[in-house]
Write a protein that binds this ligand. Structure first.
Ligand SMILES: Cc1cc2nc3c(=O)[nH]c(=O)nc-3n(C[C@H](O)[C@H](O)[C@H](O)COP(=O)(O)OP(=O)(O)OC[C@H]3O[C@@H](n4cnc5c(N)ncnc54)[C@H](O)[C@@H]3O)c2cc1C
Length: 384
């Protein structure tokens, strides 16, 4: 077992760090305040090959691994949460399921444009009445000649304002239970597809409601039908590692700020870092950060074909999500009253860290998955 990054991994991390720290971080507060999709940051990342990092080389990507994506997202998240969430769509599960399951024509049509940073992707899984219980979703696709007619509603969808392609989980022909669930690609501009709501969030990005009303989708746009739910949820384990990497980045950035501040800020005639109460706080934060990073690295390094094991991904996500809430909160505490001000960056990291434990499968659901494996039970979430 080797705990060192390879030379290529170090180079990738440094390349992304340079862009993130020099170009993206200085704009982070402005990007959040604008409420706009961070196009300029995404273009900078696309130019450096980061947007197409995990897209196969034959489709103009870099052919990178899930581990590479973890390294990149951690760095981008340390600079700007909103940009990390924008990048998650292209570097994550959407492009992976297209690369694995789409027809050759669809891969050729979509992936190069994503790699170039021209097309964004959305994933539409959550519904108004089915969040954690995704296997019960109601959106339905009915075959009609060489098309499917799709109807349903999705909720809490990232990037629906800018996405060109919506990777949509849908039931096929009304077949009940997990067996009936698969996924298809639905293009922006398809008659009947409408972005219905726009919600401001704690972290600063926007989430959307999406309606499909009698959308006619060519049969060639079906991603998976047979074993569709299992395949989509296996791919989603990669997204859990990436979600964890974003919360790790929030915690790391907050910790770095707090470590600096504790050495600069003086009270009672000495730096506050000289007080043992704060030293132990900093030591605990450093332990937690390392533990989360190692769990995420393990899950990503063990991934086969980009898809990690359900248990390793669930452990990494749960620990990193909850760690980030604790660590960013402690960082704010070290800043005292100044931590509470928007003029200082730690409150932004605290808000950014909070998304992980509610998005992409909650820690409660991850614990259910881990326990199901421990106890040899079937998992309702994965349809096994
Ligand atoms: C920032 C962000 C971005 C998102 N982006 C997307 C996206 O792009 N696409 C998409 O499809 N969705 C997206 N989501 C939605 C997200 O995946 C859901 O919020 C999540 O799956 C939880 O579903 P829910 O909100 O309906 O909560 P619910 O499922 O209603 O859960 C409510 C509470 O009950 C708990 N709970 C539920 N079932 C159980 C159980 N069996 N055992 C124990 N506890 C349980 C949950 O842990 C939670 O605490 C996003 C969410 C956020 C916050």
């Amino acid at each position: 077992m080797n705990f060192q990054l390879t030379e290529e991994q170090r180079l990738l991390k440094q390349t992304v760090r340079d862009i993130a720290q020099k170009e993206i971080k200085p704009r982070a507060a402005e990007v959040e305040a604008s409420g706009e999709f961070p196009w300029a940051n995404m273009r900078a990342l696309a130019r450096a090959g980061v947007v197409g990092l995990t897209i196969p080389v034959e489709f103009e990507g870099q052919g990178g691994t899930l581990f590479d994506a973890v390294l990149a997202l951690d760095e981008v998240a340390q600079a700007c949460y909103v940009t990390a969430m924008a990048l998650l769509g292209e570097i994550g599960v959407q492009s992976q399921v297209i690369a694995h399951y789409a027809s050759p024509a669809q891969k050729e049509r979509i992936l190069p444009r994503v790699a170039r940073g021209e097309w964004m992707l959305a994933i539409c899984m959550t519904e108004p009445d089915h969040g954690s219980d995704v296997g019960s979703l109601r959106t339905n696709a009915v075959r009609d000649g060489d098309h499917y007619v799709v109807s349903g509603r999705k909720m809490l969808i990232s990037r629906a304002d800018v996405a060109e392609v919506f990777v949509t989980y849908t039931r096929f022909d009304g077949v009940p239970g997990h067996k009936g669930v698969g996924a298809m690609l639905i293009d922006r501009g398809t008659p009947g597809l409408e972005v219905t709501e726009r919600y401001a969030t704690l972290g600063g990005e926007y989430l959307f409601g999406v309606a499909f009303e009698g959308c006619r989708v060519p049969a060639d746009h079906v991603l998976v039908k047979e074993d569709g739910f299992k395949k989509m949820m296996s791919a989603f384990n990669g997204q859990r590692c990436l979600n964890a990497a974003i919360t790790l980045g929030q915690a790391q950035a907050a910790f770095d700020e707090a470590l600096r501040y504790a050495q600069d800020r003086k009270q009672f005639g000495q730096p506050i870092a000289s007080f043992q109460g704060l030293q132990w706080m900093l030591a605990d934060m450093a332990i937690e950060l390392d533990a989360a990073r190692l769990l995420i690295y393990r899950a990503a390094a063990n991934a086969t074909s980009g898809f990690p094991s359900v248990v390793e991904a669930a452990m990494a996500k749960t620990f990193s999500n909850e760690m980030a809430i604790r660590v960013t909160n402690q960082a704010l505490q070290i800043f005292g009253g100044y931590g509470y001000l928007k003029a200082f960056p730690v409150e932004r990291y605290l808000r950014g860290a909070r998304f992980g434990a509610v998005g992409g499968g909650t820690p409660q659901i991850q614990r259910n998955l881990i326990a199901a494996r421990l106890l040899g039970r079937r998992s309702a979430v994965r349809g096994e």
